[in-house]
Design a protein around this ligand. Structure first.
Ligand code: FE
Ligand code: FE
Ligand code: FE
Length: 177
């Protein structure tokens, strides 16, 4: 983020701003590393507040996957001969704050379950966009191992998103109505 904004609306780059796609990709990996670790901490809260057993299980199952996704990112750093490092992802921080506020705004039961699915899907979509773009960069840069790792996680995020849609459509939204 820029320190100074001129009247032109142009954002001045920070001193350590990336000027190579590879550096930008690494910045993205750090962002996702922060985001996945934040999810490991916060998904249990969503599971605990779900009423539907199926939803609880779905969130719990994705928590286990998420722990593995953290390890996959560590492997990606290693493949790039870098130490794993996290940099705060403002978007995930915001999505997780919003998840808490929408739980506060809903009564426990089917309506809160619908809200948890909505919040979780926003998270998954952010992850899908992030892993998708980073995998494309990795491919472009010839970083095959990194690409493979990112695509594995991307697949899990897409499956999780689809499963949540199914759960919402098959029962939870109807109950909430
Ligand atoms: Fe994830
Ligand atoms: Fe981010
Ligand atoms: Fe996910």
């Amino acid at each position: 983020m820029a320190k100074t904004k001129k009247a032109t609306g142009k954002i001045a780059p920070k001193a350590d701003a990336a000027d190579q796609l590879k550096d930008f990709m690494v910045d993205g990996l750090k962002d996702l590393y922060w985001a996945e670790k934040a999810l490991v901490k916060n998904l249990p809260k969503m599971a605990k507040n779900a009423t539907s057993k199926k939803l609880k299980d779905a969130v719990q199952g994705h928590l286990d996957e998420t722990k593995n996704q953290v390890k996959r990112l560590e492997a990606a750093f290693k493949a790039l001969k870098l130490k794993p490092a996290a940099e705060k992802c403002d978007a995930m921080d915001g999505l997780l704050k919003e998840a808490v506020s929408i739980m506060e705004e809903t009564e426990p039961g089917a309506v809160r379950d619908a809200a948890i699915i909505a919040a979780a899907q926003k998270v998954e979509h952010y992850e899908i966009a992030s892993y998708g773009t980073l995998a494309t960069y990795a491919k472009l840069l010839g970083e095959k191992e990194v690409m493979k790792l990112l695509l594995e996680t991307l697949k899990e995020e897409k499956t999780c998103d689809k499963d949540l849609t199914k759960l919402a459509k098959s029962e939870i939204n109807m109950k909430a109505k």
